[in-house]
Design a protein around this ligand. Structure first.
Ligand SMILES: N[C@@H](CCC(=O)N[C@@H](CS)C(=O)NCC(=O)O)C(=O)O
Length: 273
């Protein structure tokens, strides 16, 4: 019987896609990555709502191609096919901590952190830069949004093991792999110090940066591309436009929901949706 092969559908720019590729690299599972945008033909063909990522499994016993979507589903599958190295809490080292905390953080990142960082700060920053607003003004105008990130990180900090190298001990867990991609985007922007100063995330980011899986998934991310904006000068505007298009694609529904919630809040429906 042929062995299974794996294809990840999603641009490296997508933070949820990076969570999955971090897990695959960390566990040494070979895969091919198809770097497409959300709602592109291939994304729509792979995911019922055209989102990223999807994992396509070929070479199954039935000969059928299996498409798994939703990053937490894919994470469970990766754990099943490659049990080690573990991306879970070591309960023998930390019997006092509920192991479900790892998934609590993963879910909080998906539901709140992604929104606070990507919709709240990354996209407005790139948009303002593209419109020619001075960076000092952008920083000044985003104080409230950065405060929301500080609050989110405080929530993560209080639910993780404060004294450990990674969020839940001396090896990374899925919680670290969910939090890292949006924080790596933030680290590329001038809000980073304000957002993390005095928190565990300053050293945590350094520890994460040493992981081979992190190095292997950097290409094509905002952190890498943003470096090009700074050094390339004349191509800056084009690059910004394409980065903005990429972030915009990755956030279209999140933004619509945000708009709907704030309209509802204006007419007093905030607590009903
Ligand atoms: N719950 C999904 C969320 C995936 C997600 O939001 N992906 C972004 C790219 S990072 C996307 O496809 N966004 C499309 C949109 O917002 O329309 C998961 O965990 O896989």
């Amino acid at each position: 019987m042929a062995s299974k092969t794996y294809k990840v559908i999603g641009t490296p720019f997508s933070t949820f896609t990076r969570t999955v590729t971090l897990g695959l690299h960390y566990k040494g599972v070979p895969f091919e990555q198809v770097a497409c945008l959300p709602h592109s033909d291939i994304a729509r063909h792979s995911h019922p709502y055209g989102y990223l990522p999807t994992l396509i499994i070929e070479g199954t016993a039935s000969g059928d191609e299996i498409k798994l979507c939703e990053s937490q589903t894919i994470a469970r599958y990766i754990d099943r096919i490659a049990q080690g190295p573990s991306l879970h809490l070591d309960v023998s080292a930390h019997p006092e901590v509920f192991s479900e905390r790892v998934w609590e953080i993963a879910s909080l990142v998906g539901s709140f952190g992604f929104h606070a960082i990507e919709v709240g700060v990354v996209k407005p920053y790139l948009k303002a830069l593209e419109e020619g607003v001075a960076e000092s003004d952008i920083i000044h105008n985003n104080t409230k949004e950065v405060e929301a990130i500080v609050e989110f990180l405080r929530i993560v900090e209080e639910r993780s093991i404060g004294t450990s190298k990674f969020l839940f001990g001396d090896h990374p867990t899925w919680a670290d792999f969910y939090l890292y991609p949006p924080l790596a985007d933030l680290q590329a922007l001038p809000f980073w110090e304000q957002a993390v100063s005095g928190s565990r995330f300053v050293t945590w980011m350094g520890e994460m940066g040493q992981l081979d899986a992190v190095k292997q998934t950097r290409s094509g991310t905002l952190a890498e591309q943003h470096g090009n904006i700074i050094v390339q000068g004349s191509t800056e505007r084009n690059l910004l436009t394409s980065l903005l298009a990429m972030v915009g694609c990755c956030l279209s529904v999140a933004e619509t929901l945000q708009g709907r919630c704030s309209q509802a809040a204006n007419i007093g429906l905030g607590d009903k949706i």
